[in-house]
Design a protein around this ligand. Structure first.
Ligand code: HEM
Length: 200
């Protein structure tokens, strides 16, 4: 007959089994360049690139779907060409920047325990939204440049909605990480812990 294990004992046993393995994964993935300072250095370029894409995309959107009472500048003559050119060039740079950022921080995916409470669950949920939208936006944008639409949904409407989700999740991410961002903004600031990302 199967032994009845009370829930708390089961959780304790799982915890005891996973904790050393998670610590082992953290040690195996540690790298001198995988640290909070690097997350900030890559993060601020990535954040700036997303904000540039958001603003130029917004401008393009209101030109195509004008809002009552809002006059959008159309001069100098090549303004739209410049803003759209910037949107496409910076948008195409997002993917390598994003991969670099994820390479720096992905060991945090394996930290244990994964959640420490309701707030941490909400925070990790918002990071999931951030990563998902940050991947889908440039990938679908690049497919749009190629005029290849292997999906049923409206590209323009979805791109616009995802952009708002991303900018909201990004603002939350920056707010949550603000103490770490401030501590590591300049080269000499803060301490790098064991050549790896913080494990809190
Ligand atoms: C679309 C843009 C971004 C994406 C997709 C992204 C993604 C991530 C992810 C997945 C994590 C790990 C979170 C966790 O497991 O708790 C993280 C951590 C972090 N991010 Fe971002 N991030 C972005 C933008 C930024 C920006 C703009 C900054 C600031 C300049 C920034 C600074 C940080 C910092 C300081 C950490 C913590 C690293 C550590 O504790 O060692 N990120 N980011």
């Amino acid at each position: 007959m199967t032994e009845h294990v009370p829930r708390t004992a089961l959780v304790d046993r799982l915890d005891a089994a996973i904790r050393p393995r998670a610590a082992h994964v953290q040690r195996a993935l540690a790298s001198p360049v995988r640290n909070t300072r690097m997350a900030v250095v890559v993060g601020r370029v990535l954040g700036l690139a997303f904000v540039v894409c958001f603003l130029t995309g917004l401008y393009s959107h209101v030109l195509q779907s004008p809002l009552d009472g809002i006059v959008t500048p159309t001069r100098p003559e090549h303004l739209y060409g410049w803003t759209q050119g910037t949107h496409v060039v910076v948008g195409s740079m997002l993917l390598p920047l994003l991969l670099a950022k994820l390479w720096v921080v992905y060991p945090r995916l394996f930290r244990w325990p994964p959640l420490s409470g309701v707030l941490s669950a909400l925070e990790r949920g918002s990071v999931a939204v951030l990563v998902a939208t940050a991947l889908v936006l440039p990938v679908t944008g690049i497919l749009n440049i190629l005029e290849w639409y292997p999906w049923e949904f409206s590209f323009r409407r979805t791109h616009f909605a995802l952009a708002w989700m991303l900018i909201g999740a990004l603002a939350l991410h920056i707010a949550v990480q603000l103490p770490a961002i401030r501590a590591h903004w300049r080269r000499d600031d803060g301490d790098v812990v064991d050549g790896g990302v913080r494990d809190d």
